[in-house]
Design a protein around this ligand. Structure first.
Ligand code: DGL
Length: 264
């Protein structure tokens, strides 16, 4: 079990932000990453559709020997984490928008959450926000229907991305938001562009480092004992060439052990 991979998946390349953090924190661990790009975006699907995809990918990762599975997608975590935990023996680690750290950081007590339409609409997310708020502060929600797909298409900077981000961020700034939560794993890839358009006092919260720490805690008894750098294997339900190009752009330091197409 020790050398078995950590399985990580997302609708596309968003979860690579989490895979990078896991790889940085535990470089000897093997990682098997699944990009479900054939079914991207999850953010416009129903919870049941997302849950079915998550169950198929989780079964595949378990069959491949994954010792833990990271649902590196906020939308999928909100729709499916409970069902996945009920059906799977290995630890399942999810990703939630960092509402709690954002409320702790905020001076105005008004935080903003950028997320997919499905996450914003989800009752799990609304419950999470109510639990964290407990009458203190307030949350302004912004659904970003085009953002993850634009990032998937590698529109990471320049005028188009700046305008798109402004369109989502301006209504939040108008309501005195001083802390922004990136509630979708894709969004961390446009953090530099977001910072260009945000006033200096606005802080941004992402969760990939915290998730990597959580993965480390959950596999504590099964950490890899190898001294060589872990292998990172990538699989996609869509085009391999596209994934290769995305990874070259987003994670240039990585030499993947393999990139393959798979039907999950
Ligand atoms: N990366 C996913 C998330 O964290 C969503 C992207 C999509 O809509 O497929 O929510």
């Amino acid at each position: 079990m020790l050398n078995h991979p950590i399985g990580i998946f997302d609708s596309g390349i968003g979860g690579l932000t989490v895979a990078q953090a896991v790889h940085q924190l535990m470089p000897y661990e093997n990682i098997l990453y699944v990009a479900d790009a054939g079914f991207m975006p999850y953010g416009s699907k129903t919870p049941m559709q997302v849950q079915q995809r998550c169950e198929a990918i989780t079964s595949h990762l378990v069959d491949q020997g994954a010792k833990a599975i990271v649902v590196a997608c906020n939308t999928a975590t909100m729709a499916a984490i409970q069902a996945l935990r009920e059906r799977t023996q290995v630890p399942i680690i999810g990703v939630e928008p960092g509402v709690k750290p954002a409320l702790a950081l905020s001076q105005t007590g008004v935080i903003g959450v950028l997320a997919t339409p499905a996450t914003i609409a989800s009752s799990s997310f609304q419950n999470l926000c109510e639990r964290q708020l407990q009458g203190r502060g307030s949350i302004v929600y912004q659904s970003c229907p085009e953002l993850a797909s634009s990032i998937e298409a590698l529109h990471l900077e320049g005028e188009y991305m700046q305008r798109l981000l402004l369109q989502y961020v301006e209504p939040l700034l108008a309501q005195q938001v001083d802390t922004l939560v990136l509630g979708c794993t894709h969004y961390a890839f446009v953090l530099p562009t977001l910072k260009q358009i945000l006033p200096e006092h606005v802080q941004v919260v992402t969760t990939e480092q915290a998730v990597a720490q959580q993965v480390k805690r959950r596999i504590a008894m099964q950490t890899c004992s190898a001294s060589a750098l872990g292998k990172v294997q990538l699989q996609t339900s869509a085009d391999v060439t596209n994934l290769r190009q995305q990874v070259t752009t987003l994670w240039p330091q990585l030499t993947p052990a393999s990139i393959a197409n798979n039907t999950f």
